[in-house]
Design a protein around this ligand. Sequence first.
Ligand code: NAP
Length: 247
Amino acid sequence: MKVAVVTGASSGIGAATARALSKAGFHLCLGARRVDRLESLAREVGGSAFPLDVCDTESVRTFASRLPSRIHLLVNNAGGALGLDPVIEMDEAKWLTMFQSNVLGLVRMTRELFPRLDQEGEGSHVVNIGSVAALETYPGGAGYTACKHAVRAITETMRIEWLGLPIRVTEIDPGLVETEFSLVRFAGDSERARKVYEGMTPLVAEDVADAVVWAATRPPHVNIDQILLKPRDQARADKVHRKGNSP
Ligand code: NAP
């Protein structure tokens, strides 16, 4: 059975991806900080759950040491945004956390698991969850968009550096997805989070999970380099059609 590792599987896109990969026949190894949620998901999908803080090198090492010796799919999903502040109001702690989780965390995980990525048979696959923020910028988004632009650069570099190895590399770049993302971004302010999706139909986590599973289940000679998926109501990162508003 193929082994898939999903980071940030305790909610949103990570949890939906774990469920979808399980249906597609993968054995799941799940990581995140909220272990109670992970354990209940692991029971549901029949996989394993271990604590993981991608911001902490030691935690990543311990997590990796608990995984099977061969991994076929790594989904680097853990991350998110903190705040929506203009550049000149940068909150250093928030920016550091964003870079730690979205950027360094992704590289730490990949570096640690690389020796276990299967290089025989059909090979293996690393899927990085980027964002429309990997391709565009918007006011107040600099900390987060800089992180996801970095994910874009790192993913492209992995693709080039691993050319010739049987390891596929994919970046999935979603637009607005209704998860806990905005609740986290606005420090638990549920009213502000709700407004992000007001009057429009966002993607749901399962839409992104679909894209991950599709990329992961192509024939082994096919590399899906990038998937950009947005709600029909969103044309650009900050260009959203809302009911009652002219386009
Ligand atoms: P979410 O519901 O808030 O989920 C974020 C996940 O990341 C949680 O499981 C969280 O788990 C985990 N995480 C955060 N920091 C972590 C850390 N230091 N170590 C381990 N796990 C960590 O948001 P989501 O929308 O599913 O986000 C998943 C990914 O999609 C993120 O990379 C995000 O940037 C990206 N994305 C989201 C959207 C969107 O609109 N929602 C759009 C484009 C891209 P714990 O808190 O339990 O650790």
